[in-house]
Design a protein around this ligand. Structure first.
Ligand code: GDP
Length: 413
């Protein structure tokens, strides 16, 4: 069966940290395929999809009052500080209990605000029991100065429980600004960052006997400093079936995160196509418009993952001082399926299929035999991801606005 023979080639396209099914599951599927036990392979895929779809993600964030914990939590959730439901800023902790905050777009993602261990006076083990430590996927320990002895002891206890923690040092923008102001002549950004990092690491080493990585971030600049590194590390460390939801939850817009989302969505769509009974071949032609209507909701979700939902487009348009409709002219995704386009959708689609098969080495094109929904979704994911990446470089985009005509399909990178 064509899809089976290209499975191997398909998964080779994705880096380890962006694979959404575990390596040994892929090996198992390949083994079944090699023995021509396709039904078994499909049921392994079905189970893998089930665990991806049902996987919740619970992130524990702990740190003392004033460290920027609430701002960090809101940043992870994609909720503005002034929006309804935001974790309140600058509130002195009076409760000993954890508070759950849902992600703005993904209901299975919950960020837990844990009171700082210092304010609870609990020893680490009781603190962890009290906070229901085994319900989280990982812990983030926040500080805005040096990490306190308390925090290091907490990390040690988390480690003993066999769980992961990550140290995050916030307000890096403040430190750099202050340093630049006080030493304008000798200021060296890298040196300042290194000094802060070393200071934190050394401090932690005293308690932990090893130097855990420390991520230096600014909650107001999520695409800068170590925020992207933190995201990559978390993706790497998470079990594969949780990577899909985590990558979609990422709020920072960088080329790396956009690509994680693209990779993750493409794998998901592929697995779904196999589950949906790819084996049936549906002849090309006709009916595409109806299929597009069915996919509309899915496309809206994809747009929101890439920061291209209507609200975001309105913000971009404002930035560029134009109407949303004028702004859309400069993007690719809004024109993909527009009627009256100079190139018919059928043509676009068959060109796209050829492109994919060239890139992947042939067989994938025949994988999901004429399963158009599969290709339509891929086409959309690529267009939206490319738009999101183009928008990262505002300067360049701005220069092109006015003269810019969305590139024909053949020139997509
Ligand atoms: P919490 O008490 O730990 O929840 O801290 P908040 O999130 O309320 O933040 C305390 C103060 O620090 C607020 O005025 C925030 O605006 C500010 N803040 C938080 N994170 C950062 C950051 O990364 N950089 C800067 N410059 N200020 C921050």
């Amino acid at each position: 069966m064509a899809w089976a023979s290209s499975l191997n080639a398909f998964f080779k396209n994705f880096k380890r940290e962006s694979k959404i099914i575990p390596e040994d599951t892929i090996t198992l599927i390949e083994a079944y395929v090699a023995k021509n036990k396709l039904q078994n392979a499909v049921s392994v895929i079905e189970n893998a999809l089930k665990s991806i779809e049902s996987a919740p993600l619970n992130i524990a964030v702990t740190g003392e009052t004033g460290t920027g914990k609430s701002t960090f939590i809101n940043a992870l959730r994609g909720v503005g500080q002034e929006e309804e439901g935001a974790a309140p800023n600058g509130v002195v902790e009076t409760t000993m209990r954890r508070i759950a905050y849902p992600h703005a777009k993904l209901q299975k993602v919950t960020i837990w605000d844990l009171p700082g261990i210092g304010s609870t006076n609990f020893p680490p083990e009781s603190y962890l029991t009290e906070m229901k430590f085994n319900e989280y996927d990982f812990f983030i320990i926040i500080s805005s100065t040096r990490f306190k002895e308390n925090d290091a002891q907490l990390a040690k206890a988390i480690e003993m429980m066999g769980m992961n923690f990550y140290f995050v040092r916030t307000k890096i923008d403040n430190d750099l600004g202050n340093e630049q102001m006080s030493k304008p002549k000798t200021f060296n950004k890298e040196k300042v960052l290194m000094k802060i990092r070393d200071d934190c690491s050394e401090h932690l080493q005293e308690a932990l006997f090893h130097e855990p990585p420390v991520f230096l971030v600014s909650n107001f600049h999520m695409s800068d400093y170590d925020f992207p590194k933190l995201e990559t590390k978390l993706l790497e460390d998470l079990p594969a079936h949780k990577r899909h939801i985590f990558s979609l939850s990422l709020q920072s817009l960088t080329e790396a995160t956009i690509n994680y989302k693209r990779d993750s969505l493409k794998q998901k769509v592929f697995l779904e196509a196999v589950r949906a009974g790819t084996l049936a071949s549906i002849p090309f032609g006709g009916m595409i418009m109806g299929e597009l209507e069915n996919l509309d909701e899915t496309f809206n979700l994809y747009r929101s993952y890439f920061g291209l939902d209507d609200a975001s487009l309105e913000n971009y348009a404002k930035d560029f001082n134009m109407s949303v409709n004028d702004f859309k002219v400069h993007l690719r995704f809004p024109h993909l399926f527009a009627e009256g386009n100079d190139e018919s959708l059928e043509n676009k689609l068959s060109k796209y299929i050829k492109r994919i098969s060239l890139a992947i080495g042939g067989p994938v094109a025949t994988v999901i035999y004429y399963k158009r929904a599969y290709y339509l979704q891929n086409l959309f994911i690529d267009a939206a991801a490319n738009d999101a990446i183009a928008l990262l470089n505002k300067g360049l985009f701005e220069k092109e606005v006015g003269t810019y005509i969305p590139m024909p399909l053949e020139y997509w990178d």
